[in-house]
Design a protein around this ligand. Structure first.
Ligand code: C2E
Ligand code: CA
Ligand code: CA
Ligand code: CA
Length: 275
């Protein structure tokens, strides 16, 4: 077979072209999605490990695409981030989540994911204030989840942003703890209220000694720093028992409930003995 560069170029070009077209289509569809009301939120319960009480929910974005059906956030958040569309989409998420939580009216918290682009947006605190005042939700019931890659690019900017958000009365959680390069360093630098231990550590809690040791160290550290520890992706009773033994404060995962549409929440409240 001929192996010259031109042949290879010809071979790859149609594939690249198809990918570009696909990206353009996704961007166009995303722009339309917000205007057409194709987004919705699902809420996943978060419980206190010691008492088993329901303490709040994480709001997770869903896209009901007219032709493709439910599209996972993993498949569109990166494009939304790249195009900056995450800023208006994120504002919608904030307003919807606060509205939902205010309507529950039972003092449960709602956690909202904040992307790096949003955190870098000077107007983000205004969007948070607006969501709080429109809904009437108590600020301490809103929790903002940020990942450490949102802090890396501009540490000082991120710090002043976090202080502004905290001055509004919201709580701030570090999401996916342990997956980045300097989770511990950021814990020292930034005023986090909560740490969400990444699902990967919880997954092999029962089988790998290392994960147990890491979870124990993180919950211990959180305890002495006055930070709430939350384990993500708890799927089994065995994992829950181990988390309890390690002194982890809160847990979230399929064991307690999958992310569910708002209509399903009253049944869930009842299951936890709430009105
Ligand atoms: P995340 O913030 O780490 O959210 C937790 C993800 O783990 C969710 O996936 C949830 O459905 C899933 N999960 C929860 N419990 C379990 C479990 O027990 N086992 C397993 N295997 N998975 C579990 P989801 O809803 O597909 O969201 C994926 C990611 O998309 C989120 O990860 C978050 O980074 C991002 N995302 C979702 N909603 C938003 C949003 O409104 N804004 C932004 N910027 N990102 C969002
Ligand atoms: Ca999250
Ligand atoms: Ca997470
Ligand atoms: Ca994640």
């Amino acid at each position: 077979a001929k192996e010259d560069g031109r042949d290879r170029f010809c071979f790859f070009e149609p594939a690249m072209d198809a990918r570009m077209k696909e990206r353009h289509r996704l961007e166009r569809d995303l722009r339309r999605a917000l205007a057409d009301g194709q987004f919705l939120l699902n809420h996943q319960p978060i419980v206190a490990v010691a008492s088993g009480a329901l303490v709040g929910f994480e709001a997770l974005l869903r896209w009901r695409h007219p032709e493709r059906g439910m599209v996972s956030p993993a498949d569109f958040i990166p494009m939304a981030e790249e195009t900056g569309l995450i800023v208006p989409i994120g504002r919608w998420v904030l307003e919807r989540a606060c509205e939902d939580a205010a309507r529950w009216g039972n003092g449960l918290k709602v956690a909202v994911n904040v992307s790096p682009k949003q955190l870098a947006d000077r107007d983000f605190p205004l969007a948070v204030e607006r969501a709080l005042s429109l809904s009437g939700l108590a600020p301490n019931l809103l929790e903002l989840e940020i990942t450490e890659n949102a802090l890396m690019a501009d540490v000082e900017g991120a710090m002043s942003m976090m202080l502004r958000l905290k001055s509004l009365g919201c709580c701030i959680a570090m999401d996916d703890f342990g997956t980045g390069y300097s989770s511990l360093g950021y814990l020292r630098t930034f005023p986090f209220d909560k740490v969400k231990i990444d699902r990967s550590f919880v997954q092999d809690l029962a089988s790998a000694r290392e994960s147990g040791a890491i979870v124990r160290a993180v919950t211990g550290l959180c305890g002495s720093l006055g930070i709430t520890s939350t384990a993500e992706g708890v799927e089994t009773k065995e994992q829950l028992a181990l988390l309890q033994a390690e002194g982890c404060d809160q847990a979230q995962g399929y064991l307690f409930g999958r992310p569910a549409p708002v209509e399903d929440l009253p049944a869930l409240f009842a299951r936890f003995g709430l009105r």
